[in-house]
Design a protein around this ligand. Structure first.
Ligand SMILES: Cc1cc2nc3c(=O)[nH]c(=O)nc-3n(C[C@H](O)[C@H](O)[C@H](O)COP(=O)(O)OP(=O)(O)OC[C@H]3O[C@@H](n4cnc5c(N)ncnc54)[C@H](O)[C@@H]3O)c2cc1C
Length: 473
C-alpha cells in the first residue's frame, strides 16, 4: 500500500489540473507537493489566456470548428516540427478542457480573442487573469480533499526496479502509485537557459518574467533516470533593451523595427510569437526607431498614437507603451541603451547601422505611411505614422525577456515520460511547461502554453489515476 495514489509535483495550472483529473478518475488520495510557500507558480502570474477549440464559449459566439482544425493549424504553423501525437490529443480535447475549467469555476469572459493569426478566435480570457485561474482551481482542489503541501521542494524520485514509486524531500520519502511532474519551465535557471534555450541567452541581459520556482527541476529529477529531453532552443522571448526588467510583449504600432542590416523585416504589430520568430531569422536582434512626435504627440495626431494596438483583451487594461515613452526613453538614454539624434543618418551611425540603408528604409516607410499602405509587410494603415519629427530615437533590442521555455521532458500521448530506451518510464507522467516537443519552433499565440498546461495536465491526471487504480488500458 502506497502513502498516496497520485503525487503531483508542482501546483501551477498543469499540476492542479492533473490533481483534479486524477480525483475525478478514481484516485482517492492525491497529494500536490509545491516547492514554494504559495500555490500557482508562473500560472498565477500569467495573463490568463487559454487556447481551445470547440468550447462552449466558441459555440456561444457561433464559431463551429472541425475536430482537427486546431491540430491542423498548429502543425502547419510549426512546419510539422512537433510531437504530433500528444498535440493532436490536446487539440481535440482543448474545447472540452475549457468547458471543464469553467465547470470548476474558472471565470471566462464570453468574448474570445485572437491569440495569433487564426481565422476564427480561439483564445479564452479569464476574468482576473492567471490569479483567478489558479484561485478557482485551488478552490476546486480543496473542495475535493486534495492536499497541497507548500514549501516541499521535491529533490529526488524514488525508484524500485526501474519504476517510479514516489518522491523525496530531503530525508522525507512518500510513496505513490503514480507521480506527475508539473514543475514548470526553467526560465529562472540561467545555466539551463544557456544550455537549452541558447538563442535567448545573453549573460548581461537575459531575465525571466515569471516565478522563481521555474528552475527546471523536472529535468533533473527525471534526467537522473535517463528520461529523454526534447524541444531544444524553443520557447517565447520578447524584446527589450536590457537592464530594465520591463516586459513588453506587444509593441505600439508606430514603432519601426530594423534588422542588423538596417532593413525592416516584419509587420511590427505581428503577434509576439510570430515577431519573435522573425527576429530570430534576422540576426536575433533589431533596433526600434521612433520620433519625437510618438513621445509627445501633436494634438491633431494624438488619437493615432494612442490607438496603437491591435489587441484588445477583455481581461486587460488597454495596452500602452512601456519602453517607448518619455520617462523611460530618458532613462535608457542615461544608461546608453538608447540613442538620440536630430537626423536619421546620424542616429544610424550612433547605433552602428549603415546610414544609407537606414535613411532609405525610413524614407520608404514614410512613403508607405503617406500612402496609407505598407506594401512591404502589410502593417495596417492605422498604425502607419511617418517618422519626420526630430529628434529621432533608436533603441537596440534583444530577445532577452524569457516568457516561457519549450525544452523539456519527452512524453507520449498519455503524458507518460519517455525513457532513454524509448519506453515510458513506469509510474512517471509529466505535464505543463516542463514538457518538451509540444511547443513548436514558434509560439502559436496567446493561450498556447496555458492551453497545453491545462489540457495535458488533465490527461496526465487521468492516466496517473488509471495506473493507480489498476484501470490502465
Ligand atoms: C507573466 C507571464 C504571463 C503569461 N501569460 C500567459 C498567458 O496569458 N497564456 C498562456 O498560455 N501562457 C502564459 N504564460 C506562460 C504560462 O503561464 C506558463 O507556461 C504556464 O503557466 C506553466 O504552467 P505550469 O503548471 O507548467 O508551471 P507553473 O505554473 O510555473 O507551476 C510550476 C510549479 O511547480 C513548482 N515547483 C518547481 N519545482 C518543484 C519541485 N522540485 N518540487 C515541488 N514544486 C516544484 C513551482 O514552484 C511552481 O509553483 C505566461 C507566463 C508568464 C511568466
Amino acid at each position: 500500500m502506497t502513502d498516496v495514489d497520485v503525487l503531483v509535483v508542482g501546483s501551477g495550472a498543469a499540476g492542479l489540473c492533473a490533481a483534479l483529473a486524477a480525483v475525478e478518475h478514481g484516485a482517492h488520495r492525491v497529494l500536490v507537493a509545491e516547492g514554494s510557500p504559495e500555490v500557482g507558480g508562473s500560472s498565477r502570474l500569467s495573463g490568463g489566456i487559454v487556447m481551445g477549440s470547440r468550447s462552449g464559449v466558441q459555440h456561444a459566439n457561433e464559431i463551429y470548428e472541425e475536430e482537427d482544425d486546431l491540430f491542423h493549424d498548429y502543425r502547419s504553423l510549426m512546419r510539422w516540427d512537433i510531437a504530433a501525437g500528444p498535440v493532436r490529443k490536446f487539440a481535440r480535447r482543448s474545447g472540452e478542457t475549457i468547458d471543464w475549467l469553467a465547470a470548476h469555476g474558472v471565470p471566462f469572459f464570453d468574448r474570445l480573442i485572437f491569440g495569433g493569426e487564426e481565422r476564427r478566435p480561439r483564445s479564452h480570457a479569464v476574468d482576473g487573469g492567471g490569479q483567478a485561474l489558479i484561485d478557482a482551481l485551488h478552490r476546486a482542489a480543496t473542495a475535493r480533499q486534495i492536499d497541497i503541501a507548500l514549501g516541499q521542494r521535491v529533490d529526488r524520485l524514488l525508484v524500485e526496479d526501474g519504476r517510479v514509486v514516489g518522491v523525496a524531500v530531503g530525508d522525507d520519502e512518500i510513496t505513490a502509485a503514480a507521480v506527475v511532474l508539473a514543475t514548470g519551465g526553467f526560465g529562472a535557471a540561467p545555466e539551463k537557459i544557456a544550455e537549452l534555450f541558447p538563442s535567448a541567452w545573453d549573460p548581461e541581459r537575459t531575465w525571466y518574467i515569471g516565478h522563481d520556482g521555474a528552475r527546471g527541476d523536472a529535468l533533473d529529477l527525471a534526467g537522473a533516470l535517463g528520461a529523454q529531453v526534447t524541444g531544444h532552443d524553443r520557447g517565447l522571448r520578447t524584446l527589450g533593451p536590457g537592464g530594465t526588467f520591463v516586459n513588453e510583449a506587444l509593441l505600439p504600432g508606430w514603432v519601426v523595427l530594423l534588422d542588423p542590416n538596417g532593413h525592416r523585416f516584419a509587420d511590427e504589430t505581428a503577434p509576439y510569437g510570430i515577431l519573435d520568430n522573425a527576429v530570430r531569422a534576422h540576426g536575433n536582434r533589431c533596433v526600434a526607431f521612433l520620433d519625437a512626435a510618438a513621445l509627445e504627440p501633436p494634438a491633431d495626431l494624438a488619437d493615432r498614437y494612442r490607438d496603437a494596438y491591435k489587441q484588445v483583451w477583455p481581461n486587460h487594461a488597454p495596452f500602452k507603451p512601456r519602453h517607448y515613452k518619455t520617462e523611460m526613453i530618458e532613462f535608457l538614454l542615461g544608461q546608453k541603451t538608447a540613442f538620440v539624434a536630430d537626423d536619421i543618418a546620424s542616429l544610424a551611425v550612433e547605433v552602428g547601422l549603415d546610414p544609407t540603408a537606414v535613411v532609405g528604409e525610413i524614407d520608404r516607410y514614410n512613403a508607405f505611411a503617406d500612402a496609407g499602405t505598407d506594401a512591404d509587410y502589410g502593417k495596417a494603415g492605422k498604425f502607419l505614422v511617418p517618422l519626420r519629427t526630430p529628434p529621432f530615437y533608436a533603441v537596440p533590442l534583444y530577445p532577452i525577456a524569457v516568457n516561457l521555455t519549450g525544452a523539456g521532458l519527452r512524453i507520449d500521448d498519455c503524458a507518460r515520460v519517455v525513457g532513454a530506451d524509448g519506453r515510458p518510464v513506469p509510474g512517471l507522467f509529466a505535464a505543463g511547461e516542463c514538457v518538451g516537443g509540444l511547443l513548436g519552433p514558434l509560439y502559436m499565440g496567446s493561450g498556447n502554453s496555458l492551453g497545453l498546461a491545462t489540457g495535458v495536465g488533465r490527461i496526465a491526471g487521468e492516466e496517473a489515476a488509471a495506473l493507480a487504480t489498476g484501470a490502465q488500458h
